[in-house]
Design a binder for this molecule. Sequence first.
Ligand SMILES: NC(=O)CC[C@H](N)C(=O)O
Length: 304
Amino acid sequence: MDYQKIIEEVYQEVQSENKRGKVADYIPELANVNPDQFGIGLVDLEGNVFGVGDYEVPFSIQSISKVHTLVMVFHVFKSKLWSRVNVEPSGNPFNSIAQLEFEKGVPRNPFINAGALVITDALCSKFENPIEQISAYINELSGKSCVRINSSVKESEKNHAERNTALAYFLKAYQNFENEVDQVLDVYFSHCAMEMSCLDLARSFSFLANDGYSIFANREIVSESHARRINALMLTCGFYDEAGEFAFRVGLPGKSGVGGGVAAVMPHKFSIAVWSPELNEKGNSVKAIRALELLTDKLSFSLF
Ligand SMILES: NC(=O)CC[C@H](N)C(=O)O
């Protein structure tokens, strides 16, 4: 399979269609990125890498980091975690407050903000220095030291943290939050403000395409059955209230972030990350989703 040729074709087609969206500005620092950037990085299970466009430019991974933090806790907490977070698609925006109250403080899934805050809280209970642990973990998955926390993005989000702070206090009111709200939010904003390139991000997701074994870390990260469950969660919940649409159009487990990135896996074949900062109204990258749709069309396979 000539992945390089295929992603170059996809890149050209998406560029010529030039579908536009709007860069996230509720985190003001994110609005300062050049909206024309666009990159695709793909890694196969032998470790061959393929890339086109801005695939080596670091960008803000935002909610894609929720997959890494979930994996860290999945391993440690096993089934106990699932009394604190559900595994159902939310059908609501990622920062919905109404749904959390309606469901009595148990978030729908680990990828909406409320669920990710529970996961980050669990990491704070487990580790003395969670930020360092998360960075080291992602570096290990990528097989190199590539994670950098952009402190301007972190501070920018901290200064506009009303909704996430409200979600954290709601969780605390329902006794689903063990640590101090400010401490957990600081760790959460830090992992959202991590920057990586498409290529390094694709490397960090490779184990999910490979039954849990990372060829970059040279070890089993999670068991084969856990890898299947994490992929199921990405397929059903990875794109918030657009998860159905992504499964319909693309058909791969994946996760988006408001920095404009999408990471996805084709089990037993490859992992891929696509980045373009302009978003649709659901907070997902317009060009990244289109690129993945064209890719699975050209490959004539997806999960289905
Ligand atoms: N969907 C996202 O990428 C949201 C992440 C962002 N840091 C937030 O908490 O709002």
